[in-house]
Structure formats: C-alpha cells, structure tokens
Design a protein around this ligand. Structure first.
Ligand code: ZN
Length: 198
C-alpha cells in the first residue's frame, strides 16, 4: 500500500484487524473516518478507550458491564432463583430483547470445544457452580445448538444434576448451529417457553 501515506496505511491496517472487516471495507472505513468531523472521530476513539478501560465482568452473572454488578442482577424485580446459562453477552441481549424472561442470567463467555482447545476451566463454569450454592430453583441451559453448545449443555447437566436443582434446556426450535443472536424473537420465545426438563 505504498501509494497511501504511512498514516493512512496504518489506519487501514488497524481497521482490517477487526473481525469481519476485509481489505476493501477497511479502506472504505478509513476514508470515511478521515472525512468525519474531528469531534466525531475523537468521540469514537474516546468511546473505545473508555469501554476498554471500564468494562469488566459482572461480579454475579459474569456479563460485560461498567458497574460492579450489572443492571439485571441489581434489578429487584428479577427472579434470582431462575438462572439462564448463555454463551455470551450477545445471547443475553437476544433474550432481553423479547422482554418476557424474568429470571437472571449466567454468561459463560464461550463453549467447550476440544478442537479449539477450550475446556471447562476456560469458561465461567466455576462461577456458575458457586452461584448454585445459593437458593436456586431452576437452571435453564440456553447454549447454542452447535456441537460446542451441545457439549457444554451436556457438561453443565452433569454438574447440576447432583444438586437436585430443576434443570431444563431450551427447546429445539432453535436451528442447529444457529447463533442465538440471529434468531428472531418469536423463535426464541418459543424455545424458551417450550424448554425441556432434563
Ligand atoms: Zn450480572
């Protein structure tokens, strides 16, 4: 990319490192940023730096938050005795969007995958088991229906069963291999309401 000056090349290179951004999109974005008002660019850069500095795991459910405990865990109207286990914060957001779930969540930040070398200790399973020592009525496993999601669901069910806590798995209305965040709200609600007791 010698035809660009080094600062432009560097911006394109940095943007191109982001997931889902190919070389062409990186160029388009770079020139878009260059044409943006300085104030907007500063705001964008500052948002990124602040998010990186201040966002961490919720002390209770492990979702991403900028406070010690996330808004869902601090909400007194939520049923703390019902915990839905999801793979990531985007899945949590998908369930929150339908607005029908009154329980709380537990975010694993991944799924067990022997091929990728991700084992049970690499995701937030220990934190989940600690929460189950408190008064919990039901654990709903809402991991994806991918190979990794199913392996994780199986592992969780083996861990939870001996505790005697009611255990369920979201129904198979969720397409196999489907990423929860891309599934429409009706399908998601049906999957939740039709959950199967394990
Ligand atoms: Zn939380």
């Amino acid at each position: 990319m010698d035809y660009y000056s080094s600062q432009i090349s560097s911006l394109i290179e940095q943007l191109g490192r982001l997931p889902g951004i190919g070389a062409k999109t990186a160029q388009r974005l770079a020139f878009h940023i260059i044409c943006m008002p300085t104030e907007q660019v500063e705001h964008l850069a500052e948002s990124m730096v602040q998010a990186k500095k201040n966002i961490h795991y919720c002390k209770v459910c492990c979702t991403w938050t900028d406070s010690e405990i996330c808004p869902i865990c601090t909400n007194v109207k939520r049923n703390r005795k019902m915990i839905m286990v999801v793979e990531n914060t985007r899945d949590l957001a998908a369930y929150e969007k339908i607005g029908k779930y009154e329980g709380v969540y537990h975010v694993l930040h991944g799924a067990i995958s022997p091929t990728l070398g991700i084992g049970p200790t690499d995701i937030k399973l220990k934190e989940l088991m600690l929460r189950l020592q408190e008064d919990v009525d039901e654990v709903i496993i809402a991991t994806n229906s991918s190979l990794e999601g199913e392996a994780t669901a199986m592992y969780i069910s083996k861990l939870v069963k001996p505790t005697g806590i009611k255990l369920s798995r979201i129904a198979s209305g969720v397409p196999v291999g489907g990423d929860l965040e891309y599934i429409d709200e009706v399908t998601l609600l049906r999957a939740l309401e039709g959950r199967i007791v394990l």
